[in-house]
Design a protein around this ligand. Structure first.
Ligand SMILES: [Ca+2]
Length: 284
């Protein structure tokens, strides 16, 4: 008679690994705005943030001009107050925090990954941003970017993740690009590769970084009426956000964010195909 052996932990690891291998997709690197090793980095600590960053120009967000931002490790660029919260709440938040969240989830860059940021007036970057905004917003043909702020989360893993497991199962690379001409503000979200949605302190699986309270992407205006959530936020679909777009470029979303309402470019599309705008939840 054969000895009864418990293969389930071993099998579970391999099944999740093979599943990730099959699922793994990255977008072309050109999706990302350039970032470099000499950009400023945030501290490599769980739930950390940059210092308060003074901006060269005021940036309008939901009608309010802001002079400073914080870059927060957990996937958030915030105004006036840093955000260390690791489990994402659904928008709108009740406590007055105003922020831009390309992918709000429990990053742990102390284990793996870097978070870079850079304010720039580099002519090549301004030219690229101007071209993108004019292309995505047909009524902005005269827009000329004078200021760009690039925040990049490169190969970051989740709280409870590992520094040694294969990259493809455990890291996310994404970017928020803020673009302004001094009065209008736009935000591009670039999702290069998204493989996990949840840290273990938010109920996520320690092997896959999935399940539990999953990532939220969007904008919180700091009051109860101004907010916008990207489709799939806080659902299992958010892990596929790199396949979705509202500008016909898989992995990229574009928004005008200075006004009282968030204005998504071209309505919304999913996997490059138009879908009803109602898929995106927007404030009334
Ligand atoms: Ca964290």
């Amino acid at each position: 008679m054969l000895m009864r052996m418990n293969y389930s932990p071993f099998l579970r690891i391999w099944v999740s690994f093979l599943f990730a291998l099959v699922q793994h997709r990255v977008q072309p690197r050109e999706l990302m705005y350039p970032f470099w090793q000499n950009d400023t980095k945030t501290p490599k600590v769980d739930d950390g943030s940059s210092p308060e960053i003074k901006l060269a120009i005021p940036v309008f967000f939901f009608g309010v001009p802001y002079r400073t931002v914080y870059v927060n490790n957990n996937g958030v660029v915030s105004f006036n107050v840093l955000v260390s919260q690791f489990t994402p709440e659904s928008f709108p938040l009740t406590d007055g925090r105003a922020f831009i969240a390309p992918f709000w989830a429990d990053v742990h860059n102390g284990i793996r990954g870097e978070i870079y940021y850079r304010e720039t007036m580099d002519p090549a970057i301004l030219k690229r941003a101007t071209k993108d905004i004019r292309k995505y917003f047909k009524d902005m043909a005269a827009f000329s970017a004078t200021w760009v702020f690039i925040v990049t989360w490169e190969e970051v893993t989740f709280y409870g993740g590992s520094s040694t497991t294969p990259v493809i199962t455990h890291v996310n690379t994404f970017q928020a690009v803020l673009v302004s001409d001094g009065s209008y503000t736009f935000t591009l979200f670039n999702y290069y590769e998204i493989n996990w949605t949840t840290g273990t302190a938010s109920g996520g699986d320690p092997l896959t970084g999935l399940g539990g309270v999953m990532a939220q992407a969007g904008f919180n205006g700091g009051n109860l009426s101004n907010f916008f959530s990207l489709p799939g936020s806080r659902t299992p679909d958010i892990v596929n956000i790199q396949e979705t777009t509202n500008v016909n470029v898989p992995g990229r979303w574009a928004f005008k964010v200075d006004g009282k309402e968030i204005d998504p470019a071209n309505g919304c599309t999913s996997r490059g195909k138009p879908v009803p705008v109602s898929m995106a939840t927007q404030s009334e």
